[in-house]
Design a protein around this ligand. Structure first.
Ligand SMILES: [Fe+2]
Ligand SMILES: [Fe+2]
Length: 338
């Protein structure tokens, strides 16, 4: 058992080849607030989020998650986290303060996903017209579009979800909460880890290209980002908001067995898969995990387990950004062997 190191998912950086259309989606259809602009990026946050941004939307050639940023539990925990990352061989290095947060240490996970940890963060300060009535809210509720409250999680594709889940557990102190196994072959479809009492704030899904389970061989691919709504009725209303704005629901509405969460997925105009998410358990006992699923039990699609999930959801993923942001230099040996 380790002390808690990470307090929460802070933000994700999403690349869009259609930045103006994506911005309209995130601002007007999801209902995020714009909190800054710099270089090729627009920074956004949900009405319920206390920090400068949870989404960095950056112009680029193809949809991708460029990085995910995690806030530590405190400054000492940041030092401890960095030491653990260095020992594990995952460290990339420090970056100076950026828009919305202080110095961040970047690392690359065994699955090839570039992420960072930081402690110092810029708190959101609302303009007078958005001053909150609730003292426990960062701003007034603004019911624009789906009006998502906050970012919830990010889900990555990986050649080995279980290896990665163990790595997050052993190196960074995440709880490994749930595992999904295929029924008839000894292959793990997905694994989930969490820094909170919720079932996951990071999902790991097998990076298969098709129903044979053949791996892509490209490390660092991503599957989706997810935002939270307080009520499942908000998710159903979002289906209407989507259709009125020309957005099609790709998967759902439905209920994941994992996490017991109510969901819909769509693709924003730049191509990234976006999930809306509500309900689900909170589990406070650290020693009851991990829960084990078989696909046939409805891990992904509890109400229609035989359908599991649409093929695009399972097999269409987003390669990492090449170059300085950190696409890995080599392909997985394990992928080549499959
Ligand atoms: Fe960042
Ligand atoms: Fe998800």
């Amino acid at each position: 058992m380790v002390n808690r190191l990470i307090s929460q998912l802070g933000h994700v950086e999403v690349i869009s080849p259609k930045p103006e259309e994506s911005l309209l989606f995130y601002r007007d259809v999801l209902g995020l607030e714009v909190s800054g602009r710099a270089n090729q990026s627009v920074y956004l946050r949900g009405w319920g989020e206390f920090f400068h941004h949870s989404l960095q939307l950056t112009e680029g050639p193809q949809p991708a998650v460029a990085h995910a940023g995690w806030r530590t539990e405190g400054p000492q925990e940041l030092e401890e986290t960095v030491a653990r990352l260095e020992r594990s061989g995952a460290g990339i290095g420090w970056r100076d303060s950026e828009v919305g947060h202080g110095p961040a240490f970047r690392y690359r996970t065994p699955g090839g996903h570039v992420q960072e940890v930081f402690w110092e963060v810029e708190r959101y300060r609302p303009p007078a017209e958005l001053a909150p009535l609730y003292p426990n809210r960062p701003q007034r509720y603004v019911p624009r579009g789906a009006a998502v409250r906050r970012i919830d999680h990010v889900t990555f594709n990986t050649d080995d979800p279980l290896r990665d889940a163990h790595w997050y557990r052993d190196v960074l102190g995440y709880r490994h909460t749930e595992t999904i196994r295929f029924d008839h072959v000894p292959v793990v479809l997905g694994a989930f880890v969490s820094t909170t009492p919720m079932s996951h704030d990071l999902g790991l899904i097998r990076d298969a290209l098709d129903r044979t389970g053949r791996l892509s061989g490209v490390p660092g691919r991503s599957n989706h980002i997810a935002f939270w709504l307080d009520q499942r009725e908000d998710v159903l209303r979002a289906c209407e908001v989507y259709r009125e704005n020309g957005i099609e629901v790709e998967f759902g509405p439905g209920r994941h067995g994992v996490g017991e969460n109510f969901f819909i997925y769509c693709r924003e105009p730049g191509g990234m898969r976006v999930e809306l998410f509500s309900n689900g358990y909170m589990q406070f006992a650290p020693d009851v995990y991990p829960f084990e699923w078989q696909v046939s039990k409805g891990a992904l699609n509890f109400w229609s387990p035989s359908q599991m999930a649409p093929e695009p959801f399972l097999f269409e993923a987003f390669p990492p950004v090449p170059g300085e942001r950190g696409s890995p230099p080599v392909t997985h040996a394990a992928a080549a062997a499959h």
